[in-house]
Design a protein around this ligand. Structure first.
Ligand SMILES: O=C(O)CCC(=O)C(=O)O
Length: 286
């Protein structure tokens, strides 16, 4: 995908040839008064350029089906996200008995992208959007959910992040923002590298999903890191063996014309609609 040719030239004339282009960019067509007509323009407006992903990152996404981007969020941002999530968990009683029947080992908060501007970064960060464009082409936001693995719980069955027939192209992808350090002890996500190319789901009948897979890798990374997963990659949460919650925010995107997990239009309220840029609204498709 070719993006930002004109703006890069203009930026580099001003700031020098080696200047990073991703911090740019306010094109005339990204202002609130002009239409944002396409995926390409919206990505550019949100800071995605040709150089946002390195060649090595693209290779990892293709070969392994996931990529870790360490230290993307700084400590104050992680702390703000953490703090706001704790408030919402209390308001919604996320830790109460039986509140997360679909995932009993975790406290979950759905739709956090509609619950405060502090969460904008977890679905509009350029690194994340560039990785989604790499896997999905034209895409939109599907869901944003916080998942805190409960102390001494949280192990899940290996699964894919697509619920329909498996096809050649990648219909949906997940990503996680680590708000605590993800380690073997805290219950980091496990993945089976390369399994996105197998194009099949873990075999329930042979009890593959809950067991340790011989090729699994526990993805350890520090708070503030981002991990992006291909929708067909076998992965799951593992047991948090500590006395403290292990928190992450999971932002799922799908190909633009595909069904998505949550209806973003139905959830959008006026305050959020007027706050978001046109480019962000395009990604939200709401
Ligand atoms: O929490 C994790 O590490 C993974 C969560 C996950 O894959 C899910 O909830 O579908």
């Amino acid at each position: 995908m070719t993006l930002l040719v004109d703006s890069r030239t203009a930026f580099q004339v001003k700031h020098g040839a080696g200047a990073p282009v991703n911090r740019l960019i306010m094109h005339p067509w990204v202002s609130h008064h002009h239409p944002v007509p396409s995926m390409q323009h919206s990505l550019a407006a949100l800071g995605v350029g040709d150089a946002t992903l390195t060649a090595a990152e693209r290779e990892r996404l293709d070969r392994d089906g996931y990529c870790v981007f360490p230290d993307i969020l700084d400590r104050p941002t992680v702390d703000r996200l953490h703090h706001r999530l704790e408030e919402i968990e209390a308001e919604e009683d996320s830790w109460g008995e039986g509140t997360t029947a679909r995932d009993p080992g975790a406290a979950r908060v759905d739709d956090v992208n509609h619950k405060g501007d502090v969460f904008d970064v977890v679905w509009t960060h350029p690194k994340l959007l560039a990785a989604m464009a790499h896997y999905l082409g034209e895409f939109r936001l599907s869901s944003v959910t916080a998942r805190a693995a409960r102390p001494h719980a949280g192990h899940q069955a290996l699964h894919l992040d697509w619920w329909d027939a498996i096809e050649d192209s990648c219909p949906a992808c997940n990503s996680s923002w680590l708000l605590t350090d993800f380690t073997k002890a805290t219950g980091a996500t496990r993945v089976v590298p390369g399994s996105h190319r197998w194009k099949r789901a873990p075999d329930e009948e042979k009890d593959v999903p809950r067991a340790a897979h011989p090729d699994q890798v526990i993805v350890e990374a520090g708070a503030g890191s981002l991990v992006v997963f291909h929708g067909y990659l076998w992965h799951s949460g593992t047991e948090n063996t500590t006395d403290h919650p292990r928190r992450g925010i999971f932002s799922v995107f799908s190909q633009r014309e595909r069904p998505r997990q949550n209806d973003q239009r139905a959830r959008l309220d006026h305050a959020v609609a007027t706050r978001l840029s046109r480019a962000a609204r395009y990604i939200l498709d709401a």
